[in-house]
Design a protein. Sequence first.
Length: 255
Amino acid sequence: MRKIFIAGNWKMNLLKSSATALVQQLMDSLKGISNVDVAVCPPSVYLGDLAATLRGSAIGLGAQNVYSKPDGAYTGELSCAMLQDVGCQYVILGHSERRAIFGETDALVNEKLKAVLAAGLTPIVCIGETLEEREAGRTTDVVRGQCRGSLAGLTEEQMKKTVLAYEPVWAIGTGKTATPAQAEEVHADIRALLSTLFSPSTAEHVIIQYGGSVKADNALELLGQPNIDGALVGGASLKSDSFTAIVQAAAAIKK
Ligand code: 13P
């Protein structure tokens, strides 16, 4: 039984006051929901403050990136220990914006993933094809390639602790959501791949979120698919009402 996991990726949005207000609203509006795991991933500079605001709440806290090295001369970077020190439990890795804008490769994502798992943080590893790749009929190849590269060398136990997020690049911030059938097809294929790379029982454990224009009005149908175990939400996670409605939709689903 996989528990639905909804995470908000705030990207480079909000300032301290609006971030704190949003978290306070969510603590209130999500009170009483216990059958869904929820996390917010704000900009790193606010993690410490928000961890203090969230103390005692069931809402988890995640970073949007991390570096793999423990310390040293890596100007501008943050380590896993630093994220833990300020109260973080999750880290998003290999988001398509980091891959496309900052040149992150599967090899780098893999290096970061191993550091995150060794530290005891929960990684959310993003994969997904571009529109060009989809139109060329290469979705399966691309997504499988990203999985193989990003997840290389993991033990079964490490794989079980890793969350994946399938985010078709053409659906991110565009308002174009993959249809539930399109998303389910890729999720099922990812699980089939995990079953051969690891084992069927490990594959059954892994949470695979969908991301890309998830909104309150499409969440129910997407999350109702057998292999869609949650959502990584961008734009709709920036407002309490829309994020709450997505979590409520998830809470209403009986799988
Ligand atoms: P949107 O929900 O804004 O499309 O963003 C999705 C995303 O990139 C989450 O990581």
